[in-house]
Design a protein around this ligand. Structure first.
Ligand SMILES: Cc1cc2nc3c(=O)[nH]c(=O)nc-3n(C[C@H](O)[C@H](O)[C@H](O)COP(=O)(O)OP(=O)(O)OC[C@H]3O[C@@H](n4cnc5c(N)ncnc54)[C@H](O)[C@@H]3O)c2cc1C
Length: 322
């Protein structure tokens, strides 16, 4: 194996959680062969230091002033040069919106495809990804020559599996880029309003479904989320009905989340919902139907009426907190 590159993304000069998950996947892929982390930008020293401190022993700083803001043309051209110079076997990306934008074009430059949104890596290696809204899993193997390009799904790989030894080296790679190569002019990065929820980073989530019956019952669910220090999320019918905004929807047409605790209240566990939360570390489900599919993925299940359980839970949590 001649090497694995893992592409790390940053937001406001901090490496994203999804990138650490990609590093964990690259670590899984490499076994005894540590991956080389790539940080990209106009000033990359701080990002390289952050990657090294997290235990990524080899870091390449892909640096150029035309990489200050993301553009598909500059990232594709710069990464193409770096990949040709390093001839890796695998290039691993976080499956972010940015990666979706440029990575397929980058793979094409090597006559490859991007094996996208991978949820597990088996022997071979075989890359598992979901088809048909999660109803089928398919395994993909790379064949032929050239690097294998893979992006990994949010929440599929635990960041704890990132190596933790600290000493590392960082080298500089300066690509040849000219302004004439870049066909788009980036605007200022998007900043959500202060109220915008970041479910993808939430450590605890209380998620509510059609079992709550009426929007008038939301305050009780908000109270539960409040005592737990959790974000409130929902299944699709709740957002379709306008009871909660779409930004709080979990599932195949909503957000993918991977909190430490996912408390599903009155959610049946349809496959379109499960694909968005199955990366959660601990799933607790409250549902009055003992055969509800949510119990198949739950670590703890309470088969009871949520209108009895939730008030009792709120009181018990308040008592514990004093
Ligand atoms: C293309 C497509 C994309 C989709 N994308 C998404 C998506 O992103 N996210 C998503 O969530 N869904 C999505 N769906 C919809 C999905 O198929 C389900 O319809 C939806 O997840 C069901 O939501 P629910 O579990 O809240 O409601 P229901 O399926 O109606 O389940 C309600 C549950 O509440 C329980 N319940 C009722 N009363 C009580 C009570 N008093 N106490 C305890 N439990 C109670 C019931 O037993 C039941 O299990 C999508 C569907 C399609 C076709």
């Amino acid at each position: 194996m001649s090497g694995i590159l893992v592409i790390l993304e940053d937001r406001e000069n901090r490496i994203t959680r999804l990138s650490w998950e990609a590093a964990a996947a690259a670590g899984r892929l490499g076994g005894d062969h540590p991956a080389t982390a790539i940080v990209i930008g106009a000033q990359t020293e701080a990002l390289a230091a952050e990657a090294s401190a997290a235990g990524l022993t080899r870091v390449i700083r892909l640096q150029h002033e035309l990489l200050a803001s993301y553009t598909s043309d500059a990232f594709t051209a710069a990464l193409e040069q770096l990949i040709r110079a390093n001839s890796p076997d695998f290039v691993v990306f976080p499956h972010s919106y940015q990666v979706r934008d440029y990575a397929p074009a980058l793979a094409c430059r090597f006559d490859q495809v991007l094996i996208s949104d991978v949820i597990a890596i088996g022997d071979g290696p075989a890359f598992k990804r979901q088809l048909m809204q999660g109803r089928l899993n398919a395994s993909y193997r790379h064949s032929g020559s050239g690097p294998c390009f893979v992006s990994v799904q949010a929440g599929a790989f635990r960041t704890e599996s990132t190596p933790s030894q600290s000493a590392g080296t960082a080298e500089l790679f300066t690509p040849r880029l000219a302004p004439s190569q870049i066909r788009t002019r980036p605007s200022a990065p998007f900043h959500g309003t202060a109220q915008t929820v970041d479910l993808g980073s939430a450590q605890r989530i209380v998620s509510v479904g059609r079992g709550i019956k009426d929007a008038a019952n939301l305050p009780l669910m908000e109270e539960l989320a409040g005592v737990l220090g959790a974000e409130l999320a929902a299944s699709r019918p709740i957002c379709d009905a306008g009871w909660l905004p779409i930004e709080r929807q979990v599932g195949s047409s909503g957000h993918t989340v991977a909190p430490r605790l996912y408390l599903a209240v009155g959610i049946s566990g349809a496959i379109q919902h499960l694909v968005g939360m199955k990366g959660s570390q601990c799933v607790v489900a409250i549902n009055k139907d003992p055969d509800a599919p949510i119990f198949e993925v739950a670590d703890y299940g309470i088969a009871a009426d949520l209108f009895e359980v939730v008030p009792a839970l709120v009181e018990a949590l308040k008592a514990v907190k004093g």
